[in-house]
Design a protein around this ligand. Structure first.
Ligand code: NAP
Length: 296
């Protein structure tokens, strides 16, 4: 079997076009200013700088006002909290995102949880705040977290459903694994059309016999951050494989799944790069428009 390659790049382009059209309509219909997304970048981490630049470019193409606030790595918790309070109070800012990770190597330490908790839940376009996580958990989401939402869109738009199927999510981070599991296990389609009623296993570093647990899954979602740790023998023949991992190995980017090996076994698989990655920014644009509409 050779798997269908799930082309995240083209699905993301489609969503970005849809968001751009919806932004233009929103601005024309409500005579409002363009939705505004403000990113906060602390320090000089090169990868974070690239991510923030890419987000700003994507905003511009969608007709969204993308701004970036830069603070030095040693700005400190109080200064960052002051900036968040200022952005919360600014009616011209619809979405706030703090680029993670915050600097941790120097003498200035940040309490990431306190910073994320301080973002106004109505402007929390990453959907990390406890209020938005709680709403998602209860099946009445305000914003869906961008990476899991991108995966849901990719599955849906590729004609793949996981309803009634066994899904294994490997990785239990607050950003990807946990919300992904929660979204797929909902009873109704509150997290997107067809996104419900999967039987979900959430695996992690303490899971006993991970290979056997993975082999049970009709859909395997890897969000671990370990290059190519999911090998073909861990995949049920015909399973859908979604690779969230982005790992730099030398000058190459690789996923958490050994792609060449896995594509011989899976029925559908995402590549890295060009799979899940592009969808995350597309869903951030979607959430920014949703935030602007909610606030108007
Ligand atoms: P994270 O916060 O580091 O969490 C990693 C998870 O993997 C943890 O739950 C950990 O288990 C689990 N894990 C680690 N080693 C394992 C092992 N040997 N077997 C089973 N589970 C193991 O990572 P994250 O933020 O979710 O990111 C995961 C990957 O996705 C990274 O490569 C990241 O770059 C990528 N990512 C991509 C996007 C995108 O847009 N495509 C977005 C976000 C993240 P414990 O909980 O037991 O420690």
């Amino acid at each position: 079997m050779t798997a269908q390659i799930l082309d995240g790049k083209s699905v993301a382009a489609e969503i970005r076009q849809e968001v751009a059209a919806a932004v233009a309509k929103y601005v024309a219909d409500s005579a409002a200013a363009a939705p505004c997304l403000t990113a906060v970048l602390v320090g000089e981490d090169p990868a974070s700088q690239v991510y923030v630049r890419n987000k700003a470019r994507a905003c511009e193409k969608a007709g969204i006002d993308g701004r970036t606030h830069r603070l030095p790595a040693d700005a400190g918790q109080a200064e960052l909290m002051r900036l968040i309070a200022e952005l919360n109070a600014d009616p011209g800012v619809n979405g706030i995102l703090v680029q993670l990770p915050l600097p941790s190597g120097g003498t200035t330490k940040y309490d990431e949880r306190e910073i994320l908790d301080a973002i106004d839940p109505m402007k929390d376009v990453d959907a990390f705040s406890p209020v938005n996580v709680g709403l998602l958990m209860q099946g009445r989401p305000r914003f869906l977290p961008c990476t899991p939402h991108g995966i849901v869109q990719l599955l849906g738009r590729s004609g793949l459903s996981v309803a009634g199927k066994k899904v294994c999510v490997v990785g239990r981070s607050d950003i990807v694994g946990k919300p992904m599991a929660m979204m797929l296990a909902q009873k109704t389609g509150s997290c997107g059309p067809g996104v419900a009623n999967a039987t979900v296993t959430l695996a992690h570093s303490r899971t006993a016999d991970l290979a056997a647990v993975c082999r049970e899954a009709d859909c395997l979602i890897a969000a671990v951050g370990r290059p190519e740790m999911i090998t073909g023998d861990m995949i049920k023949p015909g399973a859908i494989v979604i690779d969230v991992g982005i790992n730099r190995v030398g000058d190459k980017l690789v996923g958490d799944v050994a792609f060449d090996d896995a594509k011989q076994v899976a029925s559908a698989i995402t590549p890295v790069p060009g799979g899940v990655g592009p969808l995350t920014i597309a869903m951030l644009l979607h959430n920014t428009l949703a935030a602007a509409k909610l606030q108007s």
